[in-house]
Design a protein around this ligand. Structure first.
Ligand code: ADP
Ligand code: MG
Length: 700
């Protein structure tokens, strides 16, 4: 009775069946599996071994040569235990179709009863000659038990990351039977012709061989196929998201002509650079379509993104739309507001900065004006603008510095009214990341900064030269230049207090002892925003000579007269962050200096600091960082709202990534909702990976 029930369950296994219902797994083991992140049959099949061992090649007995290390497989003809000897030996004669061989184990009494005539055994050891006969002495061996499915291959195959209560071998025993039914779970995704052309093995073979590879070559093929599928499905998800954004929502088309263009450009006291012009052209092309723009604008700090973004904003305003400019922090929002003011002086375009400090009647009035469309450009933090502001006719959302945002969150930001969306990031994104974390966006790049920038010289200062460095800084401060002193975030968020303390203590030291003749200000994230604001204003006006701060100044702050930056504990920052920080200086024409203080013995840290002193190119630094740290640390797919990558690696498997991306986007352009019969299996796998987040289900 019970058997037939479990057989029925067995028959209805599919990828989403909980592992608990598998043979050999009960509630207790299911819990162990859960610890490994394995909940369903699908998870289990994708719980790839972390290593593989192969059954050694078997030598025919007739081919054995003295002194060779061999593995033989043969039938046990006879056994003999000679306990009477001074060194008791257990002796076995085995044969295969090519010959007979003697095997002895000294002190082999424990083998009595374990090895019997009629068994087939495999033995590995070194060949010696005894009394003119070849023999193996004390070899490793195992009894091959065909009835229970223990062939030599049973002892080879995948080695799984185990957990207490669940060994690698047990996992193997649970996975193996599934491999026989693979065609039911893992139907082929692509046609024969494609597989051949792309040099990919079948999906069923791939799963079989990854868990139980017959040889190394097949294992390599299996990996390649599974990596491809993983990357392909990820890219397909991105392609579909992008398609949906573009095709399922209609926005009012912007009009763009020479008159509008001229009016906007008049706002800028300089000519746009070639890169800025190119980006503007791409944005204009997007916004004059009836589909929402979904574009990433990336460029190094100070490369002139704000100008491009403002162009987009003014184009929207010229078309009667409202624009929301979102920054991650209030300081940055204020900064944006300021630069916008600079360009829009005496302009009729109504704009406002929404801050958290704004309350009561004033706030209500403002919200009303935004609600009835009187105000055209609204600047604020993401939190503020998302929360409770109703727009009259929001046509463009500009999100600054949202590289920490995922694909998912971005999708949420645009959900009401799905206006045009422009994401700006000053963290140069390596190509690999541009194809994944930002893979649903079109990309514009500003590579070259506007002319007239002083160079930034970066030095890693030896600890013995600290005082010299201070004197160097003193000279610049005397010449009315300004300086930043940046302290790392120490510890985790909960220990935020530690940051404040470090910066605060340092500030005391610097202001009272090192630079008593100058005004040294302090800025950290836990200050009330009014106070932060005030400090920044004074620094901008030159009333503060040196600013001690935590990383709150990381992004967007623009004080061209600040030409010195000291970064303490520089080894604690990521490269991208260091580069970002450094971007705060070198904004004017004067030469700037970035001094890195770090005491580290770590080779990676040293190599990172070294590249900082060598390169000013954010893209080069980002690629370098990715290679040094690996994508794992820098880039977790889940954090970006994408499915986890279990076998592929976006850096090492870059070529596959490119191929997968091309094929996925091509597929979506032909069959955007994957409704064609031949794409049924792809669609099913995609749904299993992304769940409902793609809204694919509604067109099933
Ligand atoms: P980003 O936003 O990329 O950090 P910004 O747009 O803030 O860069 O520009 C940095 C500085 O360069 C600003 O002071 C801006 O006025 C100036 N700038 C921008 N574009 C140009 C240009 N085409 N020619 C000269 N200066 C420019
Ligand atoms: Mg900027």
């Amino acid at each position: 009775m019970l058997t037939s029930t479990s057989r029925e369950v067995q028959n209805r296994l599919n990828l989403s069946t909980p592992v608990q219902y598998l043979k050999g797994v009960g509630p207790a083991r299911a819990e162990c599996f859960a610890r490994l992140g394995v909940h369903t049959v699908g998870d289990l099949l994708e719980y790839y071994p972390r290593d593989w061992v192969f059954a050694p090649e078997v030598t025919k007995i007739g081919q054995m040569l003295p002194d060779e290390s061999v593995t033989i497989t043969g039938l046990v003809e006879s056994t003999d235990y000679q306990s009477y000897r001074r060194q008791p030996i257990f002796e076995v004669t085995v044969s295969d179709e090519t010959g007979v061989c003697r095997i002895v184990w000294f002190h082999g009494g424990y083998l009595c009863g374990r090895l019997r005539p009629g068994q087939v055994i495999t033995a590995s050891g070194k060949v010696s000659v005894y009394k003119h006969q070849l023999q193996l002495t004390n070899p490793k061996f195992l009894v091959i038990d065909e009835e229970h499915g223990k062939g030599p291959e049973h002892f080879s195959g995948g080695v799984y990351a185990a957990t207490s209560g669940l060994s690698s071998r047990q996992i193997k025993r649970i996975v193996r039977p599934l491999l026989k039914e693979l065609s039911e779970f893992e139907p082929e995704l692509y046609g024969e012709a494609f597989l051949k052309e792309a040099g990919l093995v079948g999906r069923k073979n791939a799963f079989e061989w990854i868990h139980s590879p017959p040889d190394n070559e097949k294992l390599t093929k299996a990996k390649r196929r599974l990596k491809y599928d993983e990357l392909f499905l990820m890219q397909l998800g991105l392609a579909i998201r992008r398609y949906r954004n573009q095709h399922f929502s209609v926005v009012s088309q912007c009009v763009h002509n020479n008159q509008i263009d001229g009016r906007i450009r008049k706002r800028f006291p300089f000519l746009l650079t070639q890169d800025q012009d190119d980006s503007v052209a791409e944005i204009v092309a997007d916004m004059t379509k009836s589909r929402p723009m979904n574009r990433l604008l990336q460029g190094d700090v100070g490369s002139g993104k704000t100008v491009v973004a403002l162009y987009a904003a003014l184009l929207a305003v010229a078309n009667g739309m409202q624009v929301a400019i979102m920054a991650p922090t209030e300081i940055l929002a204020a900064q944006h507001s300021l630069s916008i003011e600079r360009y829009l002086k005496d302009s009729k375009v109504s704009r406002v900065l929404v801050t958290g400090g704004l309350t009561g009647k004033k706030r209500a009035e403002l919200l009303a004006q935004i609600g009835n469309g009187t105000i055209s450009i609204v600047v604020g933090t993401v939190a503020l603008l998302q929360k409770d502001i109703e727009f009259h006719n929001l046509g463009l959302v500009i999100i600054d510095e949202q590289h920490k945002f995922g694909v998912d969150q971005r999708a949420k930001l645009r959900k009401d009214g799905t206006p045009h969306c422009l994401v700006m990031t000053a963290t140069p994104i390596p190509r690999t990341l541009a194809m994944t974390a930002f893979g649903d966006l079109d990309v514009s790049v500003i590579r070259h900064s506007p002319p007239g920038r002083g160079s930034v010289i970066t030095r890693w200062v030896d600890r013995n030269d600290r005082l010299k460095a201070y004197e160097f800084i003193r000279e610049r401060l005397k010449a009315k230049k300004q300086a930043y002193f940046v302290y790392p975030r120490i510890g985790t968020l909960e220990e935020d207090g530690a940051d404040v303390k470090a910066a605060t203590e340092e500030w005391r030291e610097l202001s009272m002892r090192v630079f008593p003749e100058f005004t040294v200000g302090l800025l950290h994230g836990q200050m009330p925003s009014v106070e932060k604001h005030q400090i920044m204003t004074e620094f901008r006006k030159g009333k503060i000579d040196a600013l001690v701060s935590t990383v709150v100044i990381e992004v967007g702050v623009d004080v061209p007269n600040a030409t010195i930056m000291v970064i303490e504990g520089a080894d604690r920052f990521g490269l991208a962050q260091l580069h970002q920080l450094r971007g705060r200086i070198g904004r004017g024409e004067a030469k700037s200096y970035c001094l890195l203080f770090a005491e580290t013995d770590s080779e990676i840290a040293e190599s990172r600091l070294e590249i900082m002193t060598r390169s000013n190119d954010g893209f080069e630094i980002a690629e370098h960082d990715l290679r040094l740290r690996g994508p794992g640390e820098l880039f977790s797919t889940r954090q970006h709202g994408l499915p986890d990558l279990k076998i592929a690696n976006i850096v090492d498997d870059f070529e596959l990534l490119v191929m997968a991306r091309k094929n996925a986007f091509e597929l979506v352009s032909h069959d955007p909702m994957l409704t064609e019969t031949e794409h049924r299996n792809i669609r099913r796998s995609l749904l299993a990976k992304f769940g409902d987040s793609l809204d694919l289900a509604d067109v099933a």
